[in-house]
Design a protein around this ligand. Structure first.
Ligand code: SF4
Length: 334
């Protein structure tokens, strides 16, 4: 719900300030509406139901994959589209992937969101309402900011939303903020007292190829970005996740795996475990010119990294049958 509007509405009704906390606590527990908030006066519940939409987002479309993944396409009150995904894993983890912006100004060439028109930053309430939508379905325990948008370009609202995520059940240790390498944002995240995790969308160790895939690399070259990640580790002692989307014939060759291993090893003290952990992401084909790497190429890439002592996981593909990659649903319906 729009938390700023909630404060105004309560003030207009002459309600004490603690009411906002009571209402938020109910929402964070996953109730469906004001009528279930039994410690509020009935008249106030009725007034809120008339005056304040329970969510700042309206659901436009929802798709459920055969693997249990749920993807929701929402609209803000000013009709800006955004997406969020709930991923269900066999080990019972329930992880949500949320958006920080409607559209994205950074135009990475492999990304459906990057091909859409950028609308605006989302408010903290709009970010939280994505989490609350899924919390109403079931308890949640992990969150990644890897949906639409570059979170570091909207860091105030992202951090404000993160402050409240533990009340929804998602601790800061289980919350990861992803960036394409926006160095001022990485530096600011390192200064936060909270143990939020950092994920870097890397995708190519070669500067020229990375600039081709991700124009932001012209502004913040990978070498400097990795230095900022190392500084983050020094300060927070939290391993940095590296996201690497596997594009056939583009960034998935053996030599490119070795270059990546070299780039990530630079600066590590000999004999110490890597401060980076690589997630290889099978590519969900979009309307882009790229195709996903074969299983064999991904396995060979992984083996090359592991042979250089870089920890690697291959991300499980979730929701392939429902356009679950960043921006795919919104781009299709735009
Ligand atoms: S990958 Fe992320 S930063 Fe790049 S265009 Fe897509 S949403 Fe924006």
């Amino acid at each position: 719900m729009d938390l700023a509007l909630l404060d105004q509405t309560l003030a207009a009704h002459g309600e004490p300030r603690y009411r906002a906390g009571q209402i938020w606590a109910w929402a964070a527990k996953g109730v469906d509406g004001y009528e279930q908030m039994t410690n509020l006066p009935v008249a106030l519940r009725e007034a809120l139901a008339h005056e304040l939409p329970f969510s700042s987002l309206t659901l436009s479309e929802e798709a459920q994959s055969s693997d249990g993944t749920i993807k929701a396409l929402f609209q803000t009150a000013d009709e800006r589209p955004l997406e969020a995904v709930l991923m269900r894993y066999r080990d019972k983890r329930r992880s949500i992937c949320v958006s920080s912006q409607s559209g994205c100004p950074l135009t990475c060439t492999f990304c459906a969101t990057g091909q859409m028109k950028f609308a605006r930053n989302l408010t903290a309430s709009e970010i939280l309402d994505q989490a609350l939508y899924f919390r109403r379905i079931e308890p949640l325990d992990h969150c990644v900011f890897m949906g639409m948008g570059e979170p570091m370009l909207n860091l105030d609202n992202v951090l404000a939303a993160c402050e409240r995520l533990p009340e929804i059940g998602i601790t800061h240790r289980r919350t990861a903020i992803s960036t394409v390498g926006w160095i001022p944002g990485i530096e600011r995240l390192a200064e936060q007292p909270t143990p939020l995790r950092l994920a870097l969308s890397l995708h190519a160790a070669d500067e020229a190829l990375r600039s081709e895939l991700m124009p932001v690399n012209e502004r913040y070259p990978l070498k400097d970005v990795l230095d900022a990640c190392r500084a983050f580790y020094e300060r927070k002692h939290r391993r940095v996740f590296v996201e690497y989307v596997m594009l056939a014939g583009i960034n998935d060759r053996y030599q490119q795996a070795l270059s990546l291993a070299r780039a990530l090893s630079g600066g590590d003290r000999e004999g110490e475990p890597s401060i980076f952990k690589v997630n290889l992401i099978p590519f969900n084909p979009t309307d882009s010119p790229y195709e996903g790497s074969s299983r064999e190429s991904i396995a060979a890439f992984r083996a090359a990294l592991e042979s250089r002592n870089i920890p690697v996981t291959v991300r499980l593909t979730r929701g392939r049958d429902i356009d679950a990659a960043c921006g795919q649903l919104a781009a299709r319906t735009a």
